[in-house]
Design a protein around this ligand. Structure first.
Ligand SMILES: Cc1c2[nH]c(c1CCC(=O)O)Cc1[nH]c(c(CCC(=O)O)c1C)Cc1[nH]c(c(CCC(=O)O)c1C)Cc1[nH]c(c(C)c1CCC(=O)O)C2
Length: 344
């Protein structure tokens, strides 16, 4: 591994502010790129793409070939975990993920002991990316946080309010706790293996942290993320970790204090002034441009990007969107944004 000092994004995650913020883009490899769509068409399906290192490496590097990004992110998905556990997971064209929803009765089908073997191709992808990337680029690994993964495992698909998982957690607290324990344990193993394979930093995607009351947020978001981080750092001391608790809002400070993340990803609804007031003065943040500003581009995008850069000028800042890039994003807008962030 090359030195931290050679990797501006990693250094920023570790608390060293740069003169310009480094940048990567959540979901930077994906359908807005024609070359992604072309590789995807050559695969036998989305999970096949995730489990074929030749293709996953190619797709992970596509955005870096076009834009001067500071990091590559492993190409995979948060739902490889339920797949590896033995739950049926499908990605239907144009419909998003579809899982066979778990019930109290079917929790027993999950097979944590097979997860690492099943995910061996993902680690191979990281090994190859590590070998290929130039020394200034940070390699990001990731997993979904337990609550977010559980919302798909219990609901069977994405939903605006995560009602299936919220009801399950209230009606069957013991079964729910069992599921969360499994997810915490396999996530520690999974992230440890990602670091061993060459990841510099990992991001915990808690994309569905909104819609929880403060008690549920503490129990289903903060506590499992904290346990993953404690468990991981027992094996990889000082492992650099970005947490992205989307929708944490007023709970963001509690999340940061309790979990031990090095940097927190902010969604685009988080006001800059609120984040600056809520977080310790030197604590690092990532974010938080609205992805739809990138779809439209032009002056409104540039002005907001500058506000974000200026707003976080006093602390370590990794520029990013406040959620994933969307398929209809014009490539020239991405090029302009990266240029603006890097050069002003
Ligand atoms: C909730 C979630 C998922 N997956 C992910 C999250 C958390 C981040 C977020 O909230 O956006 C994370 C993810 N998914 C994907 C990555 C790859 C790395 C990257 O470039 O960031 C990452 C980090 C690829 C993907 N994951 C998926 C695609 C598109 C699949 C295709 O090519 O058909 C890609 C490129 C499929 C997927 N996977 C998931 C959904 C809801 C969908 C369908 C909707 C969509 O396409 O955005 C689950």
């Amino acid at each position: 591994m090359s030195a931290v000092a050679d990797k501006p994004l990693l250094a920023t995650v570790l608390g060293q502010r740069q003169s310009r913020p480094p940048i990567w883009i959540m979901r930077q490899a994906g359908r807005y790129l024609p070359e992604y769509r072309e590789t995807r068409a050559r695969s036998k399906g989305f999970l096949d793409l995730c489990y074929t290192p030749d293709l996953a490496v190619e797709v992970s590097l596509q955005p870096l070939a076009r834009f001067d990004l500071d990091a590559a992110i492993l190409f995979s998905d948060i739902l490889v975990i339920p797949d590896a556990l033995g739950q049926s997971v499908r990605f239907a064209e144009g419909e998003g993920p579809l899982l066979e929803p778990l019930s109290v009765e079917t929790l027993g089908i999950l097979r944590p002991e097979r997860v690492l073997d099943h995910l061996a191709p993902v680690f191979e992808t990281l090994v190859r990316l590590r070998r290929t990337l130039d020394g200034s680029k940070t390699l990001i690994g990731f997993c979904g946080s337990p609550w977010t993964v559980a919302t798909y495992m219990l609901g069977g698909k994405g939903s605006p309010d995560q009602a299936a998982a919220r009801l399950f957690a209230l009606k069957h607290p013991q079964a729910f706790a069992q599921l969360m324990d499994i997810l915490v344990d396999v996530s520690v193993d999974y992230l440890e293996a990602q670091f061993i394979a060459g990841a510099d930093v990992v991001q915990l995607f808690e994309s569905w942290a909104l819609n929880l009351d403060e008690v549920a947020f503490a129990r289903h978001v903060i506590e499992p993320n904290r346990r993953i981080i404690v468990g991981l750092r027992q094996r990889i001391p000082n492992a650099p970790i970005i947490g992205f608790p989307r929708g944490a809002a007023g709970m963001v400070r509690s999340y940061v204090d309790a979990t031990g993340v090095n940097m927190v990803g902010l969604d685009y609804a988080t006001p800059l002034s609120f984040a600056n007031g809520a977080l310790p003065a030197d604590f690092g943040v990532q974010g938080n441009l609205d992805p739809l500003r990138l779809v439209v581009g032009g002056e409104q995008m540039e002005q907001r990007a500058r506000e974000i850069i200026d707003g976080f000028a006093g602390r370590p800042h990794v520029f990013n969107l406040g959620h994933g890039i969307v398929p209809q994003t014009p490539i020239e807008n991405v090029a302009r944004l990266v240029d603006l962030v890097k050069k002003g």
